[in-house]
Design a protein around this ligand. Structure first.
Ligand code: PLP
Length: 398
């Protein structure tokens, strides 16, 4: 009965793992989930209040397909101030979460067999979304030596006549690593030589950074000449802890934005209207709470980074943003746990969950084996307990 497309569709591994952890919790097990991709604090009170008021005042109907004009205006203003640009509200489209922004961008940009360069480790959904748009993911492995980031050399080597899009995500899910201005400048020099390539800049974590400036370096800021083929993707989910409100947006060339709006109008109609009102509040007035949340996040980052690196034969680079740490567990692969060989990070995570009730996401799901993605968006007591349990687990590996 099902289409070939549906048959080949894999469930999101991060959501699948979170579901398994929930199942064990429901059985009464004391599971610590390090697999979630959302902050553990609630949506800020001031934002919730605006959402409730919006419902009560009847803001409960469809909005324009590209979003409420006042929200598009606030997004254009914020993007202009962030990157020194001059977008207007018509260069913005708002839709149901960052995930659908990327999905619809790929739908309107990809022709069959167009190649999309995806630096690995990558966010789990990119390759599948490219395939759903009939494009070809061209996964480019970025190693530890480059901080898991794309280098100009790798970019150049992977461009060919079929290359249509480059996806950049900084700070990165899963590594927490962030491109520097100089690194982006070097990539932009290669991109200037290839004027047909569109850049999808997934900036979903760009305010959750610990660099003191409060914002991740951006390719448009270092090379404004890329403006006519760069799509800025962002959303309310991570920055304002609004994952359930489902609001994301794209800012960029009007031709792409209009096509995305058309696509949205024929698929999801529009983002939830009262969520858009709440997002407007978040963008215009959420800075104070965001700063507090970031202070907490930084404290946890420092804590987890220090603790992880005390584990025998496990090393991690210091994450610069988002809320993930990416420890190297390759020392333990190929070894035995309770008579079973841990061949991949998937085996490692499965055994860790079964033995210690700690859920982490295997690096292999992000296109690079030998690593784990650990989300540190949870309190220090639980984090500390999780680290103890990981230590207990690895002590048993032979
Ligand atoms: C790198 C990256 N991009 C985009 C998204 C989409 O987030 P949302 O659909 O909640 O806005 C996520 C969520 O996990 C992400 O990690």
């Amino acid at each position: 009965m099902l289409s070939e497309r549906a048959k080949s569709l894999k469930p999101s591994p991060t959501l699948a793992l979170a579901a398994k952890a929930k199942e064990l919790k429901a059985e009464g097990k004391d599971v610590i989930s390090l697999s979630v991709g959302e902050p553990d604090w609630d949506t800020f009170q001031s934002i919730k209040r605006v959402g409730i008021e919006a419902i009560e005042s009847g803001c409960t109907k469809y909005s324009p397909a590209n979003g409420l004009p006042e929200l598009r205006s606030a997004i254009a203003k914020q993007t202009n101030s962030d990157f020194g640009m001059d977008y207007n509200p018509n260069d913005v489209t708002v839709t149901t979460g960052g995930k659908f922004v990327i999905f619809s961008a790929l739908q309107v940009l990809c022709n069959p067999q167009d190649e999309v360069i995806i630096p690995a480790p990558y966010w789990v959904s990119y390759p599948t979304m490219v395939e759903l748009a009939d494009g070809l993911p061209r996964v480019v492995l970025c190693d530890k030596a480059s901080g898991f980031k794309l280098t100009p050399k790798l970019l150049r080597e992977n461009i060919n006549e079929k290359t249509k899009i480059l996806i950049l995500n900084s700070p990165s899910n899963p590594t927490g690593c962030m491109y520097t201005e100089a690194e982006l400048k070097a990539l932009s020099e290669v991109l200037l030589e290839h004027p047909k390539i569109v850049i999808l800049s997934d900036d979903i974590y760009n305010r959750l950074v610990f660099n003191g400036e409060g914002l991740a370096p951006h390719i448009l800021k270092v090379e404004p000449r890329l403006k006519d083929r760069t799509l800025v993707l962002n959303g309310a989910s991570k920055t304002y802890s609004m994952t359930g409100w489902r609001v994301g947006w794209a800012v960029g060339p009007n031709e792409i934005i209009s096509a995305m709006t058309k696509f949205q109008s024929q698929s999801v109609s529009c983002a939830c209207t009262f969520s858009q009102k709440a997002t407007l509040q978040a963008i215009e007035n959420g800075t104070k709470e965001l700063e507090e949340a970031k202070r907490l996040l930084k404290f946890r980052r420092d804590f987890v980074y220090e603790q992880i690196n005390t584990l025998p034969n496990i090393k991690s680079a210091e994450p610069e943003g988002a809320f993930y740490v990416w420890p190297d567990i390759s020392f333990y692969l190929g070894k035995q746990f309770k008579g079973k060989k841990l061949k991949t990070s998937r085996d490692f995570c499965q055994a860790l969950l079964e033995d210690q009730m700690v859920a982490a996401v295997p690096g292999i799901e992000f296109g690079l084996d030998g690593y784990l993605r650990i989300s540190y968006a949870l309190n220090e007591d639980r984090m500390s307990e999780a680290i103890k349990r990981i230590e207990c687990f690895i002590e048993k590996i032979q």
